[in-house]
Design a binder for this molecule. Sequence first.
Ligand SMILES: Cc1cc2nc3c(=O)[nH]c(=O)nc-3n(C[C@H](O)[C@H](O)[C@H](O)COP(=O)(O)O)c2cc1C
Length: 341
Amino acid sequence: MRSRCLHSVYFAAGQRRQRGVHSYIRGSVPALWHNMIKYYLAPLEGITTHIMRIAVHEVFGEGICKYFTPFFSPQTKRHASSYAMQGIRPENNEGIYLVPQMLTDYAEDFLAFEKDMRAYGYKELNINLGCPSGTVVSKGRGAGMLEYPQRLDYFLEDIFAKTSASISVKTRLGLHDEDEFYRLMEVFNKYPLEELIIHARVRDEMYAGSPHRDMYLWAKQHSRNRTVYNGDVFGPGDEMSDNGPIEDTIMLGRGMVADPSLARQLLGGERASKEELKEYLRMLRERYMARDPDERHCLEKLKEIWAYMREQFPDRDRDIKEIMKARRLEEYRIAADRLMR
Ligand SMILES: Cc1cc2nc3c(=O)[nH]c(=O)nc-3n(C[C@H](O)[C@H](O)[C@H](O)COP(=O)(O)O)c2cc1C
């Protein structure tokens, strides 16, 4: 069964209460929805900013139940006025349920982050155990933590001994080989995770090849925690494994950047109309400009989105090229308008 998200009863911690349903505001998903297929928006650093998240929510409605911030590291945290920190402020995330994500291999860092986030009203947090970047992995962080299950166990033990937040983990299947996940599952099963979000690839695969959906089904069967599938869902049917449909909550990443109506479609709704796409792009353009009047920065952000959205326009290479080479916002606007005509 697929579920539309009931935003009237399910919104960011620390936000204005709506329609007298505050009994649900505990930072976790109401039990009622646990058996339904839901969709989350994955964190994509530099792309799923608060500006993008809110535009998706305002234009494409209620398909996404949970949004995750791109990862914070102890370094990001120090710059309280930074763009990333603006992205956490409840007033910049009105109407959505947001889960802040942290990337660290020190329990103390995580607990300090938890304290900061609590001040903003967030009671659910996510730990990044999937980042494949060389500089992160070489320091034993992100997917680098998966190489040492014992260390990971101590890290989670320290956190769970002291935390009062709901904590989910976003992981890969291992560093080099999916068989590593058998041992990792023993570790995850020791802790009461809010949920275990699995990007069904190992670190060495980065984003190439097909996700190991069957391994995900194994994980779903053997996890004591609720699982969430992530990886290569770009359209209806992509949730199929060799052994049948995944039938679980699904976190959508690049597919939602390419087509922000994807969750709605997976719920049986319409594809984005041109009018909706125009409105979405207008919001992004105006809000990025309002944040930073240097149009080069705004163009960078828009082009990052178009690098994925272009998939929707396979026969419009010339117009896409115009968009990607625009050096002024006005050139960009004209090219994007032409494409949407
Ligand atoms: C440009 C980019 C940035 C990403 N940033 C993050 C991040 O900050 N935190 C995280 O957990 N995953 C990050 N990811 C991974 C995505 O959340 C997701 O797991 C991945 O894109 C696979 O899902 P998809 O096939 O639906 O896109 C990033 C991926 C990309 C391509």
